[in-house]
Design a protein around this ligand. Sequence first.
Ligand code: NAD
Length: 496
Amino acid sequence: ARERLAELLEGFGLAADTPLSNWIDGGLVAGDGEQITLTNPATGEALVSYHDAGATLIERATQAATRGQREWMALTASERGRRMHAALRGLEGHEEALAQLESVVAGKPIRDCRAEVGKVREMFEYYAGWCDKQHGEVIPVPTSHLNYVRHVPYGVVGQITPWNAPMFTCAWQLAPAIAAGNGAVLKPSELTPFSSVVIAMLLETGGQGLPKGLINIVNGLGKTTGAALTDHPTISKLVFVGSPQSGRMIAEAGARRLVPSVLELGGKSANIVFADAKLDEAVAGAQAAIFAAAGQSCVAGSRLLIERSVFEQVTTRLARAAEQIEVGLPSEEATRMGPLQNSRQFDQVMRMIDAAVAAGARLLTGGKRPAGLPEEAQGYFIAPTVLVDVTPDMEIAQQEVFGPVLVAMGFDDEAEAIRLANETRFGLAGAVWSQDVARAHRVAGQLRAGTVWINSYKAISVMSPFGGFGDSGFGRSSGLEGLREYTVPQSVWVET
Ligand code: NAD
């Protein structure tokens, strides 16, 4: 994997040995701070090292974004839309190499990485369409004035993203930011630095569409590069995707400078199965909800709430289905579930499983390394895990595990299902499985979750608003709501 990564990095011009890890002002730039070494999640071996970006590089990036944004806003709105479309030509012919690069670094199955590259395109296409459709309103004020409202960009925005879906979250935030007329400086997770650099580079140069410096990617640790970005006086809006712990720090940093933030944080989503559901579909849905991406998904259906009359049946079938999942090396086409991304995550997930068992939970399956892995797979693999005899007060039922771990709990009636589902500080997503249409809508309406699925799980589109309640954060991404987060309404009064 080390050689393969070196080849891929070189192919993109990042240089294999100590890669150029930042995209600033239309060029690749080496970091100037401490060395960060990445580990191959599948094998546990050292993969590559690069240098953290310090305050000087953040300064350069924000200045470039300021210039790029001015140039961008000097174009007409329709021209900006055309150029966003044109920028996508830069990706053409590079999709497979980009997917391969991410698969090695993030440890994600190659088929998932290919799908993620597709999302990058989808998000830019969608928001390119919004460029010339952001018209304001005329307010019929009770005076002799003409009053109208325009949606004006913030200027330069700062964005911080996690390691679980680096390409998705990069495009998810860059596309609306520039469609709204902003320049951007984005910091990916220090654990998955390169794919965002490559995406920015291909979009800015390959398609000849975007002004130099409009989008910048800086890489490094949260406490160094991330903090320098959130504290930079040019940044006038912060958008953060990551854990509640870091999110709190970002919001605090913003509050110190009176800069608003959007926080897309973690989840502990409830997947509610009523006895009248189509159980084949519910079991398949529940399995994909938690085990896709090895559970490293903010919307993972990590709490399965099952009506007691079918509890035994559903959990038994689910445990058998979990054992059938092809766990293996991310590079293999057949692999459906890869390793966890890093050792910290692996240790955390194993600790939480052990603590749950010590507290009285029972393992139906998993809880250890999967059997039958190839020799070189010495990395952070955990078998799909299902826990029963879980009580709502246990840590495993309350805290985000961010791993392939499902806790199943029983309920007797609708009221209990709703109470259990809402008994968490998180509020990102949830699902209801039932053939009773009225009940499904009734329960959905009472879930304190930003996204609710009925007889489905994880349907997500860039067209529909996404975000959380409570510890899952605030503000929205995707759709018109996501675009509006990147503009400020300006009210103009004209004496007539
Ligand atoms: P994390 O909070 O550890 O890190 C996220 C990012 O924040 C990284 O780039 C990190 O370097 C940076 N960071 C950390 N401290 C910082 C600071 N003080 N100042 C500035 N930047 C700082 O999260 P993670 O472990 O990378 O990702 C997993 C978490 O992300 C999970 O909780 C998951 O649910 C969440 N997530 C949420 C969504 C969503 O849309 N709601 C999507 C994906 C992931």
